[in-house]
Design a protein around this ligand. Structure first.
Ligand code: ADP
Ligand code: ASP
Ligand code: MG
Length: 405
């Protein structure tokens, strides 16, 4: 018996018609004699609405209760899709995270998956055909509902595919695959046939929300074959594969961007060993993702400044965490800026060929775009710029690196 995982994002289940369309797609896949695990997101806009309500209800949000509320969107879609499937005479059943159970750690609102118990689903497959699982949610060892962080249904899907040794993990969404850049912003973006795990990890972590970063990491670790494809068109999507499967190693395969980013500068840190460790341990304890870290010290003073980025949605928590270290570290002040955006050019061929940075900086200079922070990895160069220049920079770099259609 082979198992396929099919994941449907928010726009794919946005209303009852969309849900019926999804049910038909599942029926088509069943004709190939698979058992199917379907992972669903909440209907488009629902999670945002739930988060707004949570924020309205209380100034200080208790994260256990946050998870109780925001996980409910996926409960609705899992039930509705199962009903639509039964209308097509398909034997299916819905499963909430705790019913599977999908066990997570105890970090509410950003939990990590610890284990998926597949016994009950496998037992169901002795007679049933489709297990519809609510994505984005699990249960922790206290018996409390947990959620996996925004975009977490992708991670649920890949985790089920790994746990059940599924033949494929198809991620259905509102675009036809993974493109050289966000096709909603760069009209000349091209659909990729294949992209490597490493490249996709960088693209996702730098803002390409078509796949959530942790889902790509999990797929790489467990060798899950992901395909990203459209819920609305019957076209082949993009496969995320091992680097060895890609014959032509492009210098730049894609350009990602994010506007959900804030810059923090900690000014006047007395220059002695252990300071960065103290500052970042507070941020780590609060599970805040830090990126683009740059330290600058001037030779004629004995203090340094530290600049880095965090997701804009986590800025307040980051500042609170840093302030807690103020007495110990003894810095002067914290500056922050949310009027920034991040752009990253990514490609596995980059480390073998020099000149990428120079080409990137030159193209941006021609458009008078000022670079605030630069950071690099083997297969990525990312920059932080003023938010209003992000679209221009994206299109400029897309042309400069010959990615236009
Ligand atoms: P879903 O609700 O199906 O999970 P998301 O909104 O999370 O969908 O992700 C799909 C969106 O990702 C697309 O609509 C597109 O705007 C955006 N996106 C960003 N970068 C890329 C890229 N490189 N390729 C394709 N889509 C991208
Ligand atoms: N519904 C959740 C979100 O909007 C999870 C997901 O769609 O992947 O973030
Ligand atoms: Mg998504």
């Amino acid at each position: 018996m082979s198992i396929i995982v099919m994941k449907f994002g928010g726009t794919s289940v946005a209303d009852i018609n969309c849900i019926k369309n999804v049910a038909k797609k599942i029926r088509n896949e069943l004709r190939n004699n698979h058992k199917i695990v379907v992972v669903v997101s909440a209907m488009a806009g629902t999670t945002n609405q739930l988060i707004d309500w949570v924020k309205e209800a209380a100034a200080n949000v208790n994260k256990r209760e946050y998870d109780v509320v925001v996980s409910s969107g996926e409960q609705i879609t899992s039930g509705l899709l199962t009903l639509a499937l039964s209308d097509l005479n398909i034997y299916s059943r819905s499963w909430l995270g705790w019913q599977v159970p999908l066990l997570t750690d105890r970090i509410h609102s950003k939990a990590s998956i610890v284990k998926i118990d597949t016994k009950a689903i496998k037992n169901f497959f002795k007679t049933g055909d489709v297990a519809v699982v609510a994505g984005f949610q699990g249960v922790n060892s206290n018996g409390d509902i947990s959620t996996l962080g925004r975009g977490g249904s992708d991670t649920s899907a890949v985790a089920f595919a790994a746990a059940l040794k599924a033949k494929r993990c198809d991620i259905y969404t509102d675009v036809e695959g993974i493109y050289t850049s966000d096709p909603r912003i760069v009209s000349k973006a091209n659909k990729l046939v294949k992209v490597s795990f490493e490249e996709m990890m960088e693209m996702s972590s730098q803002g390409a929300k078509v796949l959530e970063t942790r889902s790509v990491a999990l797929a790489m670790k467990y060798g899950v074959r992901i395909q990203v494809l459209s819920s609305f068109k019957d076209t082949l999507g993009t496969f995320v594969v091992d680097e060895e499967e890609i014959m032509e190693k492009k210098v730049v395969s894609g350009i990602a961007h994010s506007l959900n980013v804030a810059k923090i500068t900690i000014v006047g840190i007395p220059d002695k060993p252990g300071q960065a460790a103290k500052l970042f341990s507070g941020l780590a304890q609060s599970s805040i993702n830090v990126d683009m870290i740059v330290q600058s010290s001037s030779p004629d003073s004995n203090s340094t400044d530290l600049t880095f980025t965090v997701p804009e949605t986590e800025l307040k928590f980051a500042i609170d965490a840093i302030n807690k270290t103020k007495f110990d570290v003894g810095f002067k002040e914290i500056l922050s800026d949310i009027d920034v955006g991040k752009i990253a050019v990514v490609g596995v061929g980059m480390n073998a060929r020099p000149g990428v940075a120079q080409k990137m900086f030159e193209s941006l200079a021609e458009k008078s775009i000022n670079l605030q922070v630069i950071s690099t990895s083997e297969i990525k160069i990312s920059i932080l710029i003023e938010a209003s220049y992000v679209e221009l920079a994206l299109r400029t770099l897309h042309s400069a690196f010959d990615l236009d259609k």
